[in-house]
Design a binder for this molecule. Sequence first.
Ligand SMILES: C[S@@+](CC[C@H](N)C(=O)[O-])C[C@H]1O[C@@H](n2cnc3c(N)ncnc32)[C@H](O)[C@@H]1O
Length: 182
Amino acid sequence: MKDQKSNQYSKLRFWSAGCSSGEETYTLAIEAHDYFGAAIISNGGLRILGSDVNTGVLQSAINGEYTEEQVDTIPAQLQKRFLLPASVGKNTPQRRINQEIQKLIQFRQFNLMATAYPIATKFQLIFCRNLLYYLHPKKREYLLRKLVDNLEIGGWLVLGITETGYKLDGMKKLVFSIYQKT
Ligand SMILES: C[S@@+](CC[C@H](N)C(=O)[O-])C[C@H]1O[C@@H](n2cnc3c(N)ncnc32)[C@H](O)[C@@H]1O
């Protein structure tokens, strides 16, 4: 079954835009690894981009270390497979994302307001959650257009749960704040 899924999707490209300290990006990678299985991972079929403008939060993302509290919504069996104990932190137990997950992800620093992005691919899935509401409507419109441009036809755009009601040309609303490129 898992091999069937990986054959069906031989080149998966996901993007967490405005990824902050990486929780969303790693969750995506863990869930995708669990769903699609080892075959797609080993043949380079899955690549995930995490991007943010802020180098400080991006460094935390690259480090991939979290407190127990931060990881406690990840199901126990996935924690066991993909999280390691880390030696940092005196009183707070820390967990580190394992290498199998880390190698699926590239974190990059760039501004989503730029005219061109340092990206050479289109994505089947873009998460851009809890960022748009910081932006002036004109900038929001600009960013939404850029995100749609960077999606493959049929690809999904996932916004924050409360980020509804935006006008998205060329996109069909699936449910809540999840849209599909037509
Ligand atoms: C509230 S956080 C959301 C993090 C994550 N998406 C989530 O929902 O948990 C918003 C992030 O967007 C980033 N951001 C804001 N404006 C940006 C821009 N113009 N380009 C890239 N990242 C930006 C911020 O640095 C911050 O890390």
